[in-house]
Structure formats: structure tokens, C-alpha cells
Design a protein around this ligand. Sequence first.
Ligand code: AR6
Length: 177
Amino acid sequence: METVSVNQAKIIIIQGDITRQKTEAIVNAANSSLLGGGGVDGAIHRAGGPAILEECKAYVAKYGRLPTGQAMITTGGNLLAKYVIHTVGPIYSKTKAQAQELRNCYLNSLKLAAEKGLKSIAFPSISTGAYRYPLDEAAPIAIKAVKDFLKEKTSIEEVDFILFNDETYEAYVNAAR
Ligand code: AR6
């Protein structure tokens, strides 16, 4: 575990399973359909139960697919977290826009959490699984986005990164140092 202080808030980097986190919100690395999938998305829907998918479907019926870099919020269903914030990371393809899109995932998720007045939120490593974003590029973008957001005073006091394996954990610890 590694902790970094930014103003009155802290970033905590932890190796673990995001579905077991007790933060008020956890973030899902979803896809634009919001219909679920593999990786962390599959794990969150399995652990949280059908109420999450119902809200996702209602959202898509009303607003259409969720664009890359954007975020939306649902109940946490059966999870310990009260909310799940779903965001869509970029599929790695060496385009210029993708770094900004990945940054937007973090900023827009934090913005939604702050609008709800939440104090704590947990992120997985967005885009570095099925979407193949290289860890050494993604980790610094993620850490910088969170640090930049926390420079402004908001309700958020704690931002956790919950990283599933050794390699991912090390990459985020290195990026934070
Ligand atoms: N807790 C924390 N991290 C996890 C967990 C977990 N329970 N399970 C996996 N990870 P990925 P992406 C890590 O593929 O690259 C889905 O099918 C995993 O080790 O979940 O953004 C969606 O529906 C990796 O470090 O997300 C999309 O179609 C990280 O989570 C697509 O995959 C992200 O890997 C999104 O791909």
C-alpha cells in the first residue's frame, strides 16, 4: 500500500479486488454499450447483481451509448459501495486523442462523484486489460489526472487505485513517486 497526499485529500494505491472496496463509489471500466463484459466489468456486474444492469440499460435507452471518456452513475446494487460509476476507456491504437480520452475517464468520474458530494471513490486500471493500453503510459496519465482534480477543493477526501496484479500495482506506485 502506498499513500500520496494532495492538499486535504489522499490517493491510496492498493493491490486487490475492486468489488470488495468500501469506498462510497467504485469505478467500472465499461464499454459503450454498458451491457457488461469481461474483466473488471464482468466482476462488478456479477458481484453487484442485476440492479446495475437495469439502470445501465435504461440509461442507454434514454441517452444512447456512452462515448469514450465519458462517465455515468448507477446504484452499487449488492456491493459495499453505494454507487458504481461507469466509464469507457479508449482502445489502445496509437492515436493522439487517446491520452486525453483516458484522462477524461478519471476526471469525469471524479466530477460525478463530487457532484453527488461523495468523499471516497476507487478506480481500477482503466483500459490496460482488454483495451491493451500499455501500463507504463496509462499509469502516469491516471495518477496525474487524479492529482490535478484534487488540486481544487471538492467533497472528495480519498481516491483509491485498486490494482489486481503485481505488475499493475508496481506501475501505479512508480507513477505516483
Ligand atoms: N478488481 C480490480 N481490477 C480488476 C478486477 C477486479 N475485480 N478484474 C480485472 N481487473 P479490463 P479495459 C483489472 O480488461 O482494458 C470489458 O470486457 C485488470 O487486471 O477489465 O478497460 C469491458 O466490457 C486490468 O488491470 O478493462 C470492455 O469491453 C484492469 O482491471 C473492456 O473489457 C482493466 O482491465 C474494457 O477493457
